[in-house]
Design a protein around this ligand. Structure first.
Ligand SMILES: [Zn+2]
Length: 381
């Protein structure tokens, strides 16, 4: 099968404008396994788009050789709305300027109505159950609103992704080491993604309560298993992950080419593309509970002066940064220390150096779940 390209028009929000998604489809529609990849739903996170560009080159060549076994759907620009949000020279791509909030939050709960629709069709065959649940999720997506440009974007991306065996959402952090998020149930089978990409942290979480893109597709299976798993076999049939391709400034062909090869090898190992990639490289991290990762927060407003580098190993009580009050009466009174509350790896730092109280300034990946992280939402907005 030749690659096909689909153009999906998004509802225009002002006369004379039109934005669209471009979808690259490889392999045969309906073939398994199906992998869905999209880049930069946070549209100011550019590394994912460059990795997708390089992956497209590899996939085009594989398609020409007839080596796409399953189906691959690649959306190299997942958010044309945010891509245009340049305000006085600064790109603001995390939140929709019309008030729709964080582009990677508030995704619809695709479990809604799924149990009622699917349960009468469930039985002892796990594969048949997967088909029945997928059909019910598809019916739920068909009812999603399409009225605004943002609603149209979300429903369109959901429709492309929901029936995939693998959903990879390519992001980046502010300033960070490579890391991935996924559900604990998928960690053993899919840990080679972390290995191939050289991830320094694999953050495992059932439900971050963020309604993020990846969880939109993995959670219905978790919820269905919790609801009827004692009566019927319900596989966790959608591996969905957020991949954080380091930091916003880490946009280089050398990195993106290597990352694309890692993604390609992952897709080969999981049967989407023909060919044996061989063993995955050694893992550079364990899979750790997201609740074991602390988000260090600024205690007050001021200038952020870091005292640790990315990748540093810190102990509880170590100095992470000082917040400098430029209005203090003296140099001695100006500095407020910010200390680690857990032992762990400094995974990320903030690019902006003027902070407000409560703002997250660093993620420290520990091994043991932290009491203050057990309850409530685990991701910052
Ligand atoms: Zn992001």
């Amino acid at each position: 099968m030749a690659k096909s390209i689909e153009r999906i028009s998004l509802n225009s929000m002002s006369p004379g404008t039109e934005r669209f998604l471009k979808v690259h489809r490889y392999g045969t529609k309906g073939a398994r396994p199906k992998a869905y990849l999209q880049a930069s739903i946070h549209s100011d996170e550019i590394p994912g788009m460059l990795a997708a560009h390089h992956l497209m080159g590899l996939l085009d060549a594989a398609e020409a050789r007839g080596e796409i076994v399953g189906e691959i759907v690649l959306v190299p620009v997942a958010n044309p709305i945010g891509l245009g949000q340049i305000i006085n020279g600064s790109h603001s791509g995390r939140y929709e300027l019309r008030g729709g909030g964080n582009f990677n939050r508030h995704w619809p709960d695709l479990f809604e109505g799924v149990r009622d629709l699917a349960e009468p069709k469930l039985g002892p065959d796990p594969a048949a159950n997967v088909a029945a649940i997928r059909a019910a999720i598809g019916a739920r997506i068909a009812r999603l609103p399409m009225d605004t440009e943002l609603a149209c974007l979300k429903a369109s991306l959901a429709r492309l992704a929901y029936d995939s065996d693998m959903v990879l959402d390519l992001h980046c952090d502010d300033e960070a080491l490579m890391h991935v998020y996924m559900q604990p149930v998928h960690w053993p089978e899919f840990q080679d993604l972390a290995a191939e990409l050289g991830a320094r942290a694999s953050l495992l979480c059932v439900d971050s309560e963020a309604n993020s893109f990846d969880e939109t597709f993995s959670l219905p299976w978790t919820k269905m298993a919790a609801a009827v798993g004692e009566k019927f076999p319900i596989p966790s049939a959608c591996f969905a992950t957020t991949v954080e391709f380091r930091g916003q400034a880490d946009v280089f062909d050398e990195l993106a080419e290597k990352d694309a090869v890692g993604l390609y090898r992952f897709l080969q190992r999981h049967g989407v593309i023909a060919g044996d990639p061989g063993p995955a490289p050694a893992l550079q991290c364990a899979g750790t509970d997201l609740a074991a990762t602390d988000i260090v927060r600024a205690p007050k407003a001021g200038i952020l002066a870091y005292k640790v580098e990315l990748g540093a190993s810190v102990k509880r009580g170590d100095l992470i940064a000082e917040i400098v009050d430029p209005l203090a009466d003296s140099h001695a009174q100006a500095r407020t220390p910010v200390r680690a509350v857990n032992d762990g790896l400094v995974l990320s730092r903030c690019l902006r150096k003027l902070v407000a109280p409560g703002e997250g300034i660093s993620m420290i990946v520990g091994a043991e779940a932290l009491a203050h992280r057990r309850a409530g939402a685990l991701l910052s907005d």
